[in-house]
Design a protein around this ligand. Structure first.
Ligand code: COA
Length: 210
């Protein structure tokens, strides 16, 4: 019953008051969506699950929104690890979840020509849904949609990691065909135990899973 109530929150109403399911789409970050993204940052949401970047990104957007977008979508530049070290960005695709409002972010990163990742990269995908849009199936749907992108860039299987206690993330991965591989600790990210999953993209055809 509780689940049914939570799912009902995902529904909107048309002009006649009829209940309409909200439709999630993935959009390329663009100026027209930036106010929603900034609002989420302002409410304390961070697209980065390892390091809270809400304040620094908000400052960057206020300073120069178009430049922020260029940097977010850019294929050059560096990422900052928890120990402060900076490492060259891998090729990436960033998309925002949008149901008429900003819902969250999902990103794909990969090494061209191989399914392998450097050990400092915690999986091919990173995603975060804003707290007020959670439990509507958005992470599950967004991951499913982005698997097409992973195929398109030539990946044949992808790796996703989740904190051991992150039930929601694990369920979203499993609903997309993710199989458990191993527990691991990546010292660059502290002592937390993480779970590694793999999705065979041959088997994980977007339609019909979960
Ligand atoms: C993890 C996260 C992305 C899930 O987003 P979401 O849109 O709420 O996920 P979904 O609605 O697709 O739910 C996926 C599954 O988890 C379940 N779930 C969601 N939140 C849950 C919770 N708090 N406790 C238990 N189960 C939960 C859902 O019921 C669903 O299971 P089902 O398919 O069996 O019904 C979101 O909680 C989040 O942004 N967390 C912080 C960032 C993060 O952890 N990112 C992932 C890094 S690996």
């Amino acid at each position: 019953m509780l689940e049914a109530c939570l799912r009902h929150d995902a529904l909107g109403r048309d002009d006649s008051g009829n209940v309409m399911p909200a439709t999630l789409k993935l959009v390329e970050p663009a100026l027209e969506y930036l106010a929603g993204y900034a609002d989420a940052l302002g409410r304390g949401w961070s697209p980065n699950n390892i390091r809270d970047v809400s304040a620094e990104q908000l400052a960057a957007i206020r300073a120069d929104g178009p430049a922020f977008l260029t940097s977010l979508l850019g294929q050059d530049g560096t990422i900052t690890l928890p120990d402060g070290s900076r490492i060259a960005k891998l090729p990436s695709r960033v998309r925002w979840m949008w149901d008429g409002e900003f819902c969250g972010q999902i990103g794909l990163r990969w090494q061209p020509g191989t399914d392998a990742l450097p050990s400092h990269v915690l999986g091919h995908f990173g995603y975060a849904v804003v707290p007020w849009k959670r439990r509507r199936g958005y992470a599950t749907q967004a991951l499913r949609m982005m698997l097409q992108d992973a195929r398109a860039v030539g990946l044949t299987s992808i790796e996703i990691t989740a904190d051991k206690g992150n039930i929601a993330s694990c369920r979203a991965i499993e609903a997309n065909g993710g199989g458990f591989v191993e527990e691991f600790v990546e010292p660059r990210y502290g002592e937390d135990v993480r779970l590694r999953f793999r999705i065979d993209l041959g088997a994980a055809d977007g339609e019909g899973i979960a």
